[in-house]
Structures are given as structure tokens and as C-alpha cells.
Write a protein that binds this ligand. Structure first.
Ligand code: PEP
Ligand code: MN
Length: 262
């Protein structure tokens, strides 16, 4: 897999950290646009918003689905940001590609399922779109690499990994335990693969975003994907871990970025 290419997006500063920011979920058109405007005003260039939400239990908010694609198109038009969303089925991939989404990511529950990964890979065959693969919920490096390989075997070359932590019975500090040794080993195995850290889903609380982001930078990660919301305490999903765009800008500005040695 030494033909993996960087997630280069025209006009986006390639220096680390490459930051993807936006709400856990697209909730309403107003929330999507307002959050994007605030992020763009802070200089963020890549927007995230979940349209299809994989919830642990039924009965919660499961996302607005394809109805949110025109909202993301409006974000692109009105702010110039690139837009990204999570895909979990071939129908999601088809809708996202038809809707002009710029970057896709695959969630932790989906990455744990080889059949779902293969279905997504097949739907992506022949496309040229950057795809980020989150680690599977369980601490299984081979399963993570296998998911990445399926995407690469479908011809996608701009691939990245997202470290979002691993399910653990010990929830004392982290929502998902970082087990940093796993992404470090992923980097050793696939040195050309860009790795993003998702401090929002690792920490589960907004206070942990800054220290986890700094840890990721100290370990040489290339990027961050962080949940930001125009009104975090009113978010329809993951509200404890979302920050305002202004708070995120403060966190990113205060990161210490050292020269990478490897
Ligand atoms: C998300 O990014 O909002 C999400 C659902 O994350 P994960 O797949 O890491 O749980
Ligand atoms: Mn979330």
C-alpha cells in the first residue's frame, strides 16, 4: 500500500494539522449554515457533518439523511469550505457522490464490518475522492488495516485513517480509550498513510479536546477531525463533546507543533 497519496485539497494549507471541523450531526439547515459560517470566519477549510447517524440504540436521532445534502452544497457555495460526511452503505455513497460531497469518512462501527466495508469499496470503485477510515470500535489493528486495504483495492488513492479511540469497559476518563500504541503501530506499518485524531470521540467531553489534540500533534499525527457546533449544549447528538467554532479556533491556535522527525 505504498501508493497512498496525501489528502491534498487545492487551496488548503498542507501543513499540519489539517483540521476537519463541524457538528456531529446535520440537524437543520440553519444550524449547518450558521456553524459553517462561524468556522469559515475562523479560517477552517474542511467541514464535517453527519447525515446518516449510526446510533447505539434505536429511537434516537438517526440523521436527516440525503435531505441534508443541499445544506452541505450551500455550505460549499456560501463559505468555499470543502464538505465531508460519513457513509455506511452503498446508497449513502451514491447519494454523497451525486451530491458533490468532497470527502467521505467511514465510521467506527462500519469499519468493524468487512461486508459493509466491501460494499462501500465496491460503490467507490473508479471514483477519485478522499476517504478516511476510522478505527473499528474494538482494538483490532488488522481489522483497521483490512478496512483501509478494501478502499485502496477499489482504486482510491487519497486515503487517511482516523483514530477515534476504542471501546473499553473503563469509562473513567475517556469515552473511547486512545490506546495510542495502535495508531503508532499503524503508522509504522503504513508510513505514507495520513493519520487524523478525533479527540471529540476519544474524550467524550469538550475539556479533553485540547490535551488530546496536543498529544496527537506530539505523536506526529497529520490532522484532526473535531466536532464543533454553533450551539453545542443544544446539539441533538454528542453535545458534551462539541465546542463552539471560536473555542476550536482557540484550541488549534494554541497547539504546539514541533518538527516531525519521521
Ligand atoms: C461521528 O464522527 O460523528 C461518529 C459517529 O463517530 P464514530 O464512528 O467514531 O463513533
Ligand atoms: Mn459524534
Amino acid at each position: 500500500m505504498n501508493d497512498i497519496q496525501p489528502i491534498a485539497l487545492p487551496g488548503v494549507d498542507p501543513r499540519r494539522p489539517l483540521v476537519i471541523a463541524g457538528p456531529c450531526s446535520a440537524e437543520t439547515e440553519e444550524q449547518v449554515i450558521e456553524t459553517a459560517r462561524l468556522l469559515a470566519a475562523e479560517g477552517f477549510r474542511i467541514y464535517r457533518a453527519g447525515l446518516w447517524k449510526p446510533r447505539t440504540k434505536p429511537g434516537g436521532f438517526e440523521g436527516v439523511g440525503a435531505a441534508g445534502i443541499p445544506w452541505l452544497q450551500r455550505v460549499r457555495r456560501e463559505t468555499g469550505m470543502y464538505v465531508s460526511t460519513e457513509v455506511a452503505t452503498r446508497e449513502h455513497v451514491a447519494a454523497a457522490l451525486a451530491g458533490g460531497i468532497d470527502l467521505l469518512w467511514i465510521g467506527a462501527r462500519t469499519a468493524a464490518n468487512p461486508f459493509a466495508m466491501q460494499e462501500i469499496a465496491d460503490a467507490l470503485r473508479g471514483q477519485d475522492i478522499p476517504v478516511l477510515v476510522k478505527n473499528p470500535v474494538s482494538p483490532d489493528l488488522e481489522l483497521w488495516i483490512g478496512a483501509i486495504e478494501r478502499i485502496r483495492n477499489a482504486g482510491i488513492r487519497r486515503i487517511g485513517a482516523i483514530h477515534r479511540g476504542f471501546t473499553s469497559i473503563d469509562k473513567s476518563l475517556y469515552r473511547n480509550h486512545p490506546m495510542w500504541a495502535i495508531p503508532i503501530e499503524l503508522h509504522r506499518r503504513l508510513p505514507s498513510l495520513p493519520i487524523f485524531c478525533d479527540p471529540s470521540h476519544i474524550g467524550g467531553k469538550r475539556e479533553l479536546i485540547a490535551p488530546l489534540s496536543q498529544q496527537a500533534m506530539d505523536l506526529g499525527f497529520g490532522g484532526l477531525i473535531v466536532e464543533a457546533h454553533c450551539s453545542p449544549d443544544c446539539a441533538w447528538s454528542d453535545k458534551a463533546q462539541q465546542v463552539t467554532p471560536e473555542a476550536l479556533a482557540y484550541i488549534v491556535r494554541n497547539l504546539t507543533i514541533r518538527e516531525q522527525t519521521s
